[in-house]
Structure formats: C-alpha cells, structure tokens
Design a protein around this ligand. Structure first.
Ligand code: GCB
Length: 592
C-alpha cells in the first residue's frame, strides 16, 4: 500500500490538528450521529491517544466508542480527480462518514486505510468528516481482549491507548493511477537486480526508472508493469550505512502525456538464513538493540515525530543496529526513518496475547490451558499479516516478519493454528524469513511450532520472573535452554526479550531486584552466556524505554524494564550497553 506523497501529479493535504471529540454516551443509532454536527464536544489533538489528554477519568479508561469530527475545504481544482482520505491508524476500529454519508470502516488498530471520497465531498462549501473509534477487543480480534462487565480485560502488557493515532491525510491522483508497487532486490556478482511489479488502472503504459541519491537516472525500462532492471556496481543498503535508490514510476497515456507518478524509495540488499547465520548481503549479521514501543508522555501511542527522532539518536548513541516493532506495526514514518538511518527492523503484527492464562503458565497453577479452543482469531490474524506485508514489503529495513508475540506455542492446537498463517506469510513474501516470538514456557521439549519458523526468537526472563534475583541459577537455566535448542534444531537464535524492572534512581551497593545495579548485573549475565554460544546471533533488551501499562499488582506506574526512562533519561544499564554495542561489530567475524 503506497504512502501518500506530493509530487508533480499528486497533491497532498493534512487533516491533523484540532478535532472536536466526545465519548459515546448512548447517543442512539450510531449511523444517525454523523447526520448532524456533534454537540457538547471537547477539543482533541490528532494524531494522539485521547486517554491522557483530559482530566476526566472517564476519558482515560474509556471502553467503547468515541467520536471525532472536523471540517475542511477541498480546493476547487481537485474536482474531477480521485480524492483519497487516508488514516495512518485508528485504534482499534474506525468508521468514517463525510457530510453524514458512510464512507469506510476498518478493523485493526495499527495499519492504514483509505477510500476515494470524491463522490461525497462538496467543492463549493465546507465538508465535515466524522469518525467513530471503538477500542473494544474480543476473542475474534487481533489483538484479543474480553469484556468483564464494563471493563475490558486485555491480554497484553501495554496500556490500551486508543484514538486516531497516526496522521490523517487527503491526497489526489488522476482517475487512472498507480495503485501499488512491489520491489524485490537481488545481487548477482557485481550487479544489483531490481524486480518490480506495478499495479495500475487504465490503458496506459508504464515507464520505470531507477534514480540514485544524486538524482541521476541509473537505469530504466518501458517494458510493462512487470520486469527487472539491472544496476552495475550498485551501492548497497547496509545496516548502519543506508543507501536508498528511488523507483520512479510513470503512467503514460497513449498520447504520451504522463497521468500519474509515484516515487518509491528502496534499497538493494539481500537477506537469507543459512545454517546458524542470518545473512544480510551475504554477511552474518548480529542483532544489537531493543524491543520497543510507540509510547510517550501525553501522546500515548499517538505519532510523535519528536520522540522518534530522539529514539533513533539514542539508538545510534548506544550502538544499536536493530529493533523489533513489539507488539504491533509501527507508524509508516518510523519505517521510513529506519530505512534512511540504516536500522534493521523485525516487523511484528499485533497478534500479541494469544495466550490465555499466560501468567498462570509461568507462575504455576495454570490448569486450563485451552487457548486454541477459545480464540477465533484466524481471520483477523490473517488479515493483519496481509495488511502488514502490503504496507511494509518495500522497506529495506525490514529483514524478518514476526507474525505473533508469545502465543501459547506449547498448547495443543498451536501447530494447526499457525501452519496456515506461516504459509500465508511465505506466499505473500518469499524473500524474508518468518518468526513467531516464543514465550518462556515453550522450551524445546514443549514447543509445538518451532519447526514452522526460520529463526528462533526467544523472550526469556530467567532471573526475573523465574529464579527471581538469583543470577547464578538463572545463568545455568539460560545456558542450558539455549544449548538444548541447538541440539533440537540447528537454527539461529535471537533473544528478542530479556530484562529486569528497574526504578530509575533506586541504587544499592549489593545489586537487588529493581535497582539500577541489578539491571546492569542481569544484562551482564545474559551477555556472558550469549558470548559463549555461536548460534545466538542477536540480543534485544526489553525494553528500550519504560512504558505505560494497565494498572495491576505487578506494575508500578507502568513497566520499568526500560534502559531509558519514559522521558528518555539513561539508567546505568544504558552505559553498559553503550560500551558493549559500540564494541560488538554489526557483522560476525567468521574467521574468529
Ligand atoms: C513479555 C512480553 C512483553 C512484556 C514483558 C514483561 O514477555 O512480550 O510485552 O512487557 O514480557 O516485561 O513482562
């Protein structure tokens, strides 16, 4: 799905800023609400989560529907064009009306949706857009949740921020237009091969050119909507050293006039899992970095470009080369930033929490372990995979798809649930490996889905949730499990989560749990074990920064496993990682 852009043939306008907002309080039939202007509204910022922007406690913890509305003009000269209204994301469900007329709806809180609104808008007066947002989850949605009376119980460890989370844009195209572009790159000897596949409407021909960073056309083709272009001695997209080419696609009328243009940035790079190695451009890559969240003060999960710039700066300072989009697709803007900055991304769907009674599983006492009998997410999960790949397939930063985080991989039915989803992912993109991030109880002897995936991505909390505070015992358990994985199936391992809750400023000469010193010792212990084992090819600390969660007995003002505080101040562990990550090269020295 193409990102909205402004170019010689396309115009772009943003609908971000102040909207009118209200909670849904039984206003009657939802389809009638948009027929007239909303009344008794408050101002709300878009994009943002609404939860932290009002002193009314009902807003913070609201469960159910809310309404957003604003007015806008469409320039007269847009008459006759496709006029597309596009939401970067609405969490978790959005329904949209223009001037009281139904336009579109979308389920899935972290991917974009759009529609041609030209049939609904006026060119001679103001238009009104109304959006209903619903944050209720159930056992059919991705992610899952469950209503308990008037409260929503959800199965993931981050606050259920809601609202219009990402930019709202309107863009134009001609009636015939470039609908989609797929780019796959390869390397053969000194040549870069760019395979392209264009979807376009109308009887036009398509011209495709590759433009380098200096704006020079290095190759082109007019041979149709599908083909390959060769680039001699290409500059590769490398971790830490990004180089982006642009695929300039032009849609041309039989009379020679250009009707539409799209410029899609891409990188020339290859990805392959071979033996115990994860090869990027043929060289064994070592993942250093974090599981992250889109989470900041005030904005909540809302797009926050200032924070994104700061986070990439901190990741570079600390020496990280990669992160995982735990636990949902991040904004398109972050993905573009990662492309540009040469940061490698493991791209995850919002299938988090497919594990009923997860706490019971790890703490003991989980008698009912029937996740796969209870959830009915096959359809929404498949849709989440389709939308993620459609949106992110051309990003060179994305090197692997993670189709779920910590499902009940050791419960009966897991294989049958995941087999079709892994097959679907591979069918949609045969160029990237696929993983399912595993939960601590899914050990080699118990896990039922490891044969389906290409790289073992393990979340492990030895020394925190188990062997709590006892780093000696934790070290033995960790080493023993990681060794057993290699004996079971020779695939590379990335530790996608390991971390300890740490209160910034809480210190002790003897490292005890929750202190900054304990976090340092905890990480050092893990580092020692990783450095002994060749098949461990990456480490992502949980988490980059402290983040908001629902209230509960195991969280004090949120999850404190951040290496940085929520406002991005370094804890002591940040300096440990700064030293380690800046010494560890991005690529493993195979001669060592
Ligand atoms: C996990 C989850 C993550 C939690 C983390 C924790 O395994 O994947 O969402 O936040 O543990 O801190 O408990």
């Amino acid at each position: 799905m193409l990102y909205p852009q402004n170019n010689l043939k396309r115009e772009l306008m943003e609908l971000n800023g102040l909207w009118n907002f209200k909670l849904h309080d039984d206003q009657g039939d939802c389809n009638e609400v948009p027929l007239k202007k909303l009344e008794d509204t408050i101002l709300m910022s878009v994009p943002a989560s609404y939860n932290d922007l009002s002193e009314n406690p009902k807003v913070k913890n609201h469960v159910g529907k809310v309404w957003y509305e604003r007015e806008f003009y469409i320039p007269e000269h847009w008459n006759g064009k496709r006029i597309v209204l596009r939401f970067g994301s609405v969490t978790h469900y959005g329904k949209v009306w223009i001037n009281g007329q139904y336009v579109m709806e979308h389920a899935g809180g972290y991917t974009p949706f759009e529609e041609d609104i030209s049939p609904y808008v006026s060119f001679d007066k103001k238009n009104r857009v109304t959006v209903m947002v619903d944050n209720i989850l159930d056992f059919t949605t991705t992610p899952i949740g469950k209503m308990e009376g008037k409260n929503l119980d959800y199965y993931f460890d981050f606050f259920n921020y809601s609202g219009i989370h990402r930019p709202v844009k309107i863009y134009t195209t001609a009636k015939d237009y470039i609908q989609d572009i797929t780019i796959v790159t390869d390397l053969k000897q000194e040549k870069g091969i760019v395979h392209y596949d264009i979807e376009a409407s109308g009887p036009q021909t398509v011209k495709v050119s590759v433009v380098d960073e200096e704006g020079q056309v290095v190759a082109s083709s007019s041979s149709g909507v599908r083909g390959s272009i060769e680039i001699k001695n290409p500059t590769l997209w490398q971790p830490g050293n990004a180089y982006l080419y642009t695929l300039l696609v032009e849609l041309i009328n039989p009379d020679g006039t250009v009707v539409d243009i799209y410029e899609e940035e891409f990188g020339i790079r290859t990805v392959e899992v071979r033996g115990k190695d994860f090869l990027i451009n043929g060289k064994p890559f070592y993942f250093k970095g974090f599981g992250k969240h889109e989470d900041t003060e005030l904005n909540g999960r809302g797009f926050n470009e200032v924070a994104n710039i700061k986070d990439f700066s901190l990741m570079k300072w600390i020496g990280a080369n990669s992160f995982r989009t735990a636990h949902y697709p991040y904004s398109e803007e972050i993905m573009r930033q990662a492309d540009r900055e040469g940061i490698v991304v493991i791209d995850e769907t919002a299938a988090v929490g497919l594990h009923i009674n997860l706490l019971g599983a790890i703490m003991g006492g989980a008698d009912k372990r029937t996740t796969w009998e209870q959830v009915q997410t096959h359809e929404s999960h498949a849709q989440a995979i389709r939308e993620l790949i459609k949106r992110d397939k051309n990003h060179p930063c994305v090197v692997m798809w993670s189709i779920a985080n910590e499902p009940a991989g050791d419960e009966e039915g897991a294989y049958e649930y995941f087999k079709p989803l892994v097959d679907l992912t591979k069918e949609l993109d045969s160029t990237r490996p696929v993983t399912i991030v595993s939960f601590q109880t899914a050990t080699p002897k118990r896990d039922l889905i490891y044969s389906l995936i290409d790289v073992f991505c393990l979340n492990r909390y030895y020394g925190w949730y188990t062997q709590s505070g006892d780093l000696k015992a934790a070290e033995e358990a960790l080493r023993s499990e990681l060794t057993e994985w290699w004996e079971t199936d020779q695939k590379p391992i990335i530790i996608t989560e390991f971390g300890a809750d740490t209160m910034h400023g809480m210190t002790s000469t003897v490292p005890v749990m929750w202190t900054e010193e304990f976090q340092v010792e905890f990480l050092k212990m893990y580092h020692k074990v990783f450095d002994e084992l060749d098949h461990v090819i990456g480490e992502h600390v949980w988490n980059f920064a402290d983040f908001a969660t629902k209230e509960g007995i195991i969280r004090v003002g949120g999850n404190k496993k951040g290496v940085f505080t929520r406002d991005r101040k370094p804890k002591k562990a940040a300096y440990l990682l700064h030293e380690r990550y800046n010494q560890l090269p991005d690529f493993i020295d195979i001669n060592k």
